[in-house]
Design a protein around this ligand. Structure first.
Ligand code: CDP
Length: 263
């Protein structure tokens, strides 16, 4: 092949746009997106968030006195998140118990959520958030954060705002929203895969952003804007789920009333 032809060929390959295997548009979230509040009656607050094949459940306990006592902070409360991917959540069984990855995601979840809590008002207390990923197909940290935010609101913890999290990425040179497992870990063509999980307040502030891969500043701006719009869609779904609980409570109280249970 001629040198010029070779360059053209290479150029063609480099600009080849990535086609998503599940047929989604580049800026389309996975479906279904399901959100439900109050899924664990024994918890102070709880919620489920599903996006595509990824399902997260969050349970809130507290605020309550922090134990052991030496961990108490008299100046502010502690948001303690524990992220866990259940061993049955993926095809290859995951070894139960904490890992480096789960410790990292637990910390990131705390950083993503704490800015919207009035944590200064919970001196020496702890708010525990347990996140379980019962099915994983990438984007589990984002699904966990979305479930945790709803569970905290359900627990009646005063919040300045809700947070909504989504991942956005780059497949070779193509910017795409809400990566699935293939896009997150298996896509290797051209520049490969870049995964950027981002968490926004409803006011549009970023409380968490991570970057796994390579991206230039222009593309990064583009990904952030794509994620911002998607976070708005997620926020509406979270809000609707939180409003539903009010409706159930109303229905239950009407039923109790009509059956004269406590009269
Ligand atoms: O889930 P998320 O995208 O937040 O985190 P990740 O570390 O980028 O993991 C991506 C996906 O890889 C997970 O959602 C799982 O589907 C899969 N995974 C796995 O199969 N086994 C692990 N030990 C860790 C992750």
């Amino acid at each position: 092949m001629h040198q010029k032809e070779e360059i053209l060929q290479e150029d063609k390959m480099a600009t080849k746009t990535y086609k998503r295997t599940d047929g989604r548009k580049n800026d389309e979230l996975r479906s279904p997106i399901l959100a439900k509040v109050g899924v664990i009656p024994n918890a102070d607050g709880s919620a489920m968030f599903q996006i595509g094949k990824t399902i997260a459940i969050a349970a809130v306990y507290g605020p309550r006195k922090m134990h052991p006592q030496h961990s108490q902070n008299p100046e502010k409360g502690t948001l303690r998140c524990t992220y866990n991917m259940n061993s049955f959540s993926v095809e290859d069984r995951i070894r139960p118990g904490p890992s480096r990855r789960s410790t990292e995601i637990s910390k990131i979840t705390e950083w993503a959520i704490e800015p919207v809590l009035m944590i200064g008002e919970y001196s020496s207390q702890v708010i525990d958030v347990h996140i379980n990923i019962i099915q994983a197909d990438a984007g589990t940290r984002c699904a966990g954060i979305n479930a945790a935010a709803m569970a905290l609101a359900h627990a009646g913890i005063p919040m300045k705002d809700l947070v909504s999290s989504v991942s956005v990425g780059k497949m070779d040179k193509t910017i795409v929203l809400d990566l699935d497992k293939y896009e997150d870990s298996e896509f290797k063509e051209g520049e490969g895969s870049t995964d950027i999980p981002i968490t926004f307040t409803h006011g549009g502030e970023i409380t968490h952003i991570q970057l796994d891969g390579k991206i230039n500043s222009k593309q990064l701006k583009e990904t952030i804007e794509m994620a911002r719009k998607a976070a708005e869609e997620i926020y509406e779904i979270q809000k609707k789920a939180l409003k539903e609980i009010g409706k159930w409570k109303h229905q239950i109280s009407q039923e109790i009333e009509s059956r004269n249970i406590y009269k």
